[in-house]
Design a protein around this ligand. Structure first.
Ligand SMILES: [Zn+2]
Ligand SMILES: [Zn+2]
Length: 561
């Protein structure tokens, strides 16, 4: 070890846990229980949308503390409300879900869980994103806020959001009447643990905190044949290879240098045998950007390049490009970020509150902010301070969130998370609601959201994370999906789809009529019927088999800012 490295480690280690004595005493009182909860949840992770045990445990804890708890909000969501006189309403969110990752941390409490995913595959499960730590922190914060009601006034809302990893849980909670069934928050808050900071610290970003995220599925159609007779085929694997490389020129050659663009091809599926040229190749992309105009430019370029590469290879049919998931960047209200720095510094030490650059990940917390509610989302250091300093000195990276090796340094990270949460909540719950309402809200129109009041009241549901597959009819851009809508239509009942929206569908059931409202993204069909004759069929027991258009993005996505 060289001396510079040693001093860096010593400085970081010493600065961790620099909480004021009052805060640390409060935290110590509830910490053992929070830590036990952490270990329990870590050992028993559940996948997105299936967080039944996790949600029940969190709900039971909050209920026993005296919170008014509602379960099953937007699926497995939990909403806990504690009223403490007049004042503002402040919401703090934790996520509930874990990931299909096999834990390789070697920890004594490592997860060994396996389950079936939505596609029926047997998969390992791990809290590889740290949501277990968020839950433990919020349970401790909940207790401290109950024990110190004389230090604040107003309404505290603690929520457990399902399915963050599939960016569908926030949307589902809102669709389930979150804003009308519960007190409307004046401010929404959340944090996220990660290895980009050492445990003991928190990071603040003012303005755009993370990225717009778009998930694309591209199917390239070729002409299959014998691997020894390529001249009789159009090889989709070669088209896919060219397409993948050409897509990387969007960031390097098309978008202005300095703008944030990530295009990752996360999967390629094609072929079954070495001497067969397949018919088609499938690519899965994630696209990340900060700015709405860059997002639009990049998505348009992806479509153009994919089509052009297919055409250059002589493919008879152009590729289908489906944008099946999308979320906007989380926007941190600058006035709020500035206001909350002081209480955070007071609680955990000035040197432990750092200013960060926006991150390249994404979050569906943006859905709450886009309801016109000022939001503040901050980072919680998770890295073991010593390992952090060593990796800095060596120029390497510690395992990131979603890695099988991701293991936050629980004691300092959880202590700091609890102290930070209590600090920001007390600050916001010490003033008036009017004061918070003056913070400029940022209301943005979602690219795909539609709300028809008559239909929304009857129910609202969303595209699944992964689609069941292509329609038998072989119509381009068309896929089949089967979901339980919770409605009991008679079997065999057919309904027409009058509009198509890739991300929101509203289902109503009145007088034996099931209406499905779907908005078309494609400009040329906005005013007409769906060109591929979308229709749905109720097959009994509330299950609705639905064929719908997955619209291409030829005209660019409907992104508004
Ligand atoms: Zn994650
Ligand atoms: Zn996460």
């Amino acid at each position: 070890m060289n001396w510079a490295k040693f001093l860096l480690i010593a400085a970081i280690t010493a600065s961790a846990w620099a909480q004021t004595s009052t805060t640390s005493k409060e935290v110590e009182t509830v910490y053992p229980d929070a830590h036990a909860f952490y270990i329990d949840v870590h050992r028993n992770p559940e996948l997105s949308g299936h967080e039944t045990q996790t949600a029940a445990k969190l709900a039971a804890r909050l209920r026993s503390l005296g919170y008014e708890v509602t379960e099953h909000v937007g699926g497995t969501g939990v909403v806990a409300v504690l009223k403490n006189g007049p004042g503002p309403t402040v919401m703090f969110r934790t996520e509930l879900d874990a990931l299909p990752v096999e834990e390789k941390t070697g920890l004594a409490y490592a997860s060994t869980m396996r389950t079936k995913d939505d596609a029926g595959r047997d998969v390992p499960v791990m809290h590889a994103c740290g949501h277990d730590l968020h839950m433990a922190a919020i349970s401790a914060t909940a207790a401290i806020m109950v024990n110190s009601k004389e230090t604040w006034h107003g309404t505290l809302m603690l929520i457990g959001q399902p399915a963050e990893e599939t960016i569908s849980g926030a949307k589902a909670m809102l669709a389930d009447g979150f804003l009308s069934r519960f007190p409307r928050p004046d401010v929404v808050l959340a944090l996220h643990v990660g290895n980009a900071l050492p445990a003991g610290r928190v990071g603040i970003v003012s303005g755009v905190y993370d990225t717009n995220a778009d998930s694309l599925h591209i199917t390239i159609y070729g002409k299959g044949g014998h691997g020894a007779s390529p001249h009789t085929t159009v090889d989709p694997i070669v088209i896919a290879a060219r397409t993948i490389l050409a897509l990387q020129t969007i960031a390097s050659r098309e978008v202005k240098p300095g703008e944030m663009v990530v295009i990752t091809v996360g999967y390629i599926h094609a072929g079954t045998k070495n001497n067969i040229i397949p018919d088609q190749a499938d690519l899965g992309l994630t696209v990340r950007t900060y700015k709405a105009e860059v997002r639009k430019q990049v998505l348009t370029a992806i479509t153009r390049i994919s089509k052009a590469e297919a055409e250059a290879a002589g493919a008879a049919r152009e590729p289908s490009i489906e944008r099946y998931e999308a979320t906007d960047a989380v926007y941190n209200n600058p006035a709020l970020a500035q206001r909350l720095r002081g209480p955070l510094e007071a609680a955990i030490g000035k040197e432990n509150v750092v200013t960060e650059d926006p991150i390249t990940a994404s979050e569906d917390f943006s859905y709450f902010v886009e309801q016109g509610i000022p939001g503040f989302y901050f980072s919680l250091g998770g890295a073991n301070p010593e390992k952090y300093a060593q990796s800095k000195a060596a120029g390497t990276s510690l395992p990131s969130n979603h890695s099988p090796l991701f293991a936050p340094d629980v004691d300092p990270a959880l202590h700091t998370g609890i102290a930070a949460e209590v600090a920001v909540l007390r600050n916001l719950l010490s003033g008036s609601a009017d004061e918070l309402r003056k913070l400029s809200a940022r209301k943005r129109k979602r690219p795909t959201g539609t709300t028809d009041p008559t239909l929304a009241s009857a129910g609202e549901w969303q595209l699944p994370h992964s689609l069941a597959g292509e329609c038998k009819h072989g119509i381009r851009h068309r896929r089949c999906d089967r979901r339980n809508t919770g409605f009991t239509q008679p079997a065999g009942f057919l309904v027409a789809l009058d509009k198509v929206d890739l991300h929101f569908r509203h289902v109503a059931h009145a007088q034996h009529l099931v209406a499905i409202k779907i908005r078309l993204l494609h400009r040329t069909v906005v005013n007409g019927d769906c060109p591929c004759e979308c229709r749905a069929q109720a097959v009994g027991d509330g299950t609705l088999a639905l064929c719908f258009c997955a619209i291409g993005i030829d005209d660019g996505p409907a992104v508004h800012s």
